[in-house]
Design a protein around this ligand. Structure first.
Ligand code: ZN
Ligand code: ZN
Length: 336
């Protein structure tokens, strides 16, 4: 098969690799149709010594072969690939709350190759009415904000500040609006704020021009009910906390490795909560399908560019340099 391999320092080559094969009884072979380029792909792409494996964790495709122990999917099924593997046996895995599994066994990648192998439990069946492009946003791009927003309890009429308008932040704008929240979107890039408005954000803020905390307080009155950090940038979790009204809730989904704060000043005295949320649970996927089916959510406007596998290097350049209005760039694999 053909696959894109990171060569280090932002170089990508298209190589011929052996077709992956199913080994365990619960594994399936999938022909990849499309795979999104994600912010978390940019680190290995830019690294001097990237992994030799085929990356790509936002894949959708068609099941070609199934192992003898597989019962839920069949050849010909259309599926989205869930990238966190879990152990498959604990109570959390069985309930589709795989990110809560305490025995993680790596992740399911391979979306930038023509074929991939995944355990059956990592394949989410797609209904016939959803197309490949929309479907490939239902895991990470919309699922990550859906789980964060759902578990935090954001509801009708609540105010929600979304920090960062990359694909996940803009997905959060869409999910927040679909759940009836009033949304303020924050990002330094004007074209991303324009898209946030189009997707239903009531207010926008460019942190280069005004303080996010001031803008959030002016917009929401006492401060926002909820704030979601989709940037992962250092200091942004504090900005999220400080944008809240007393009693509000901040959730981090951006991969932030560091935070310094005073529990007394930032949390206790203001009665606010700080939490985190990683990826999605299967119930979030079901809820997204329900919203899409009901016409309350359309992922398509997030996709600004589609590139064939042969042009994946251009896709990564557009995405990582924020060129040409890029938000979500999808690599067309089996699709042409
Ligand atoms: Zn992703
Ligand atoms: Zn488990």
């Amino acid at each position: 098969m053909k696959a894109a391999i990171f060569r280090g320092n932002c170089e990508i080559s298209i190589e011929e690799r052996p077709d992956p094969r199913t080994e365990a009884a619960d594994e399936c072979l999938v022909r990849v149709m499309a795979c999104g380029i994600c912010g978390s792909d940019v680190h290995p792409y830019a690294s001097a010594s990237p992994p030799d494996a085929v990356m790509g964790h936002e894949a959708v495709g068609e099941v070609l072969e199934v192992g003898e122990g597989v019962t839920r999917v069949r050849p010909g099924d259309r599926v989205a690939v869930y990238a966190v593997s879990g152990c498959g046996e604990c109570a959390n895995c069985r309930r589709g709350r795989i990110t809560w599994c305490e025995d993680q066994r790596g992740s399911v990648n391979g979306g930038f190759g023509e074929l991939l192998v995944a355990p059956e439990r990592n394949l989410l069946r797609l209904p016939v009415w959803i197309d490949w492009m929309r479907a490939c946003l239902l895991t990470d791009v919309l699922g990550t904000p859906m789980k964060a927003i759902r578990t935090a309890g954001v509801g009708e009429g609540d105010t929600l500040v979304v920090l960062g308008c990359g694909p996940i932040g803009l997905g959060a704008v869409q999910v927040g609006v679909a759940r009836g929240a009033r949304v303020m979107a924050v990002d330094p890039l004007e074209y991303r704020l324009a898209l946030a408005r189009k997707l239903g954000a009531e207010a926008v803020c460019s942190p280069d021009k005004e303080s996010t905390v001031d803008a959030a307080k002016r917009w929401s009155g006492p401060g926002a009910d909820f704030a979601l950090d989709c940037t992962g940038a250092e200091g942004m979790a504090l900005t999220a906390l400080d944008s809240l009204r007393p009693g509000g809730t901040a959730i981090c989904v951006g991969r932030n490795m560091r935070m310094e704060f005073s529990p007394w000043t930032h949390i206790i005295r203001r009665d606010v909560k700080l939490g985190g949320s990683w990826y999605l649970h299967y119930e979030d996927f079901d809820e997204l399908l329900r919203l899409c089916r009901a016409g309350q959510l359309d992922a398509l406007p997030l996709i600004t560019h589609r590139v064939p596998l042969e042009e994946i290097a251009r896709g990564f350049e557009l995405f990582s340099r924020h060129e040409d209005g890029a938000v979500k760039v999808v690599v067309l694999m089996g699709l042409r």
